[in-house]
Design a protein around this ligand. Structure first.
Ligand SMILES: Nc1nc2c(ncn2[C@@H]2O[C@H](COP(=O)(O)OP(=O)(O)OP(=O)(O)O)[C@@H](O)[C@H]2O)c(=O)[nH]1
Ligand SMILES: [Mg+2]
Length: 329
């Protein structure tokens, strides 16, 4: 793995091409990635990861741009990852984001990268965590991860973050819809963007009510609801202040366990992906499925056969199996 060695050394010396290369390896599931990650992993854990999610068009990219601007005024370096889990390629929306962020891209203290899902299964969440680890090891102080909040794949992506900002705006993606979509559940900070628009005050009040009437969070954090006008850069400092407060809150308590749980999730994703490749990649089991179906069995019968052949026929009697429990009673 000469390549992995070279790239990780270059990354640690501040080479941005190496940074981009490693993120591409993560994205492609390249087998050079694990070896290169292990060479930089001791540097992971210093950057703060802020996820920005919310309905399409809520103003996430505009806010990310503003957050980056304010961080830069404070001499903090910023790595930005725009993740589009539902797109099989880096499409138009992200391209538009890139143009808006042009001002930021000229700044050597800012790195911007978009990522899209190339495969249908959950690889994008795994790749997001990998990309964050790589940017973190590179040395960015602040990591910003933007993703559209619409479904499960996006929630998986957002769990890569230490602090989650949910950006809403009056109109299309109003509070009720956000609640239905479960967006409020993932929020550490709620942002009501487009506060210059009609309905913003109403949305603020609704969300504050929703936050306060909800059961107290197990982590004792009170979710702030903050108005912004991202285009005018208004309210952005208050958002950053909330991120800092949330960071201090986690650092005083749950941070280690939260990050550990996130690593556990990542291990599970890697195992899942590898298993899937092993099982179906070599067509070994694929052939078995075809044969089973030729015998006119149901998909369940064939699946049982396949599982039995993998697990050595011990299906149905794992440790602590409910039937054996019942027999003992
Ligand atoms: N009036 C007003 N317009 C805003 C504000 N923030 C963003 N916009 C506009 O809303 C539109 C969408 O903004 P984006 O930042 O692209 O929104 P987004 O959430 O990143 O959109 P997607 O990534 O496509 O989901 C743009 O035309 C912005 O200029 C705001 O505070 N007030
Ligand atoms: Mg956007």
């Amino acid at each position: 793995m000469k390549d992995a060695e070279t790239i990780s050394a270059r990354l640690l010396s501040g080479d941005r091409l190496a940074l981009s290369r490693m993120i591409s390896w993560a994205e492609d599931g390249d087998d050079r990635f694990p070896a290169s990650l292990s060479r930089i992993y001791s540097k992971v854990g210093r950057g703060w990861r802020t996820g920005i999610t919310g309905p399409p068009g809520a103003g996430k990219s505009t806010l990310v741009n503003e957050l980056a601007r304010v961080f830069r005024q404070g001499e903090r370096t910023v790595g930005i990852l725009a993740v589009d889990p539902s797109s099989p390629f880096t499409g138009g929306a992200l391209l538009g984001d890139r143009i808006r962020m042009e001002e930021r891209t000229k700044d050597p203290g800012v790195y911007i990268r978009s990522m899209a899902s190339r495969e249908s299964h959950g690889g994008i969440a795994r790749a997001t965590v990998d990309a964050c680890d790589v940017m973190d090891a590179f040395g960015f102080d602040e990591l910003l991860i933007e993703t559209v909040g619409v479904g499960q794949a996006e929630y998986d992506v957002v769990t890569a973050a230490d602090t989650v900002l949910v950006v809403l705006c009056p109109g299309a993606g109003d509070g009720i819809q956000a609640m239905k979509a479960g967006l409020l559940e993932v929020a550490d900070v709620l942002v009501v963007n487009k506060k210059d628009r009609d309905g913003a005050d109403r949305l603020l009040v609704d969300l504050e009510e929703a936050v306060h009437t909800r059961e107290v969070r197990t982590d004792q954090w009170e979710v702030p609801v903050l108005p912004t006008n991202a285009v005018a850069g208004e309210g952005v400092e208050a958002v950053i202040d909330a991120v800092h407060r949330h960071r201090a809150h986690l650092e005083a308590g749950l941070l280690e366990s939260v990050r550990r749980r996130r690593r556990v999730d990542q291990v599970k994703r890697v195992v899942g992906e590898r298993l899937e490749d092993e099982l179906w990649g070599g067509r070994r089991l694929g052939d078995r499925v075809e044969e089973g179906l030729d015998r006119a069995s149901t998909p369940y019968d064939v699946a049982e056969e396949v599982l039995a052949s993998i697990l050595g026929g011990n299906l149905g009697a794992p440790a602590g199996d409910s039937r054996s429990e019942a027999a003992r009673r």
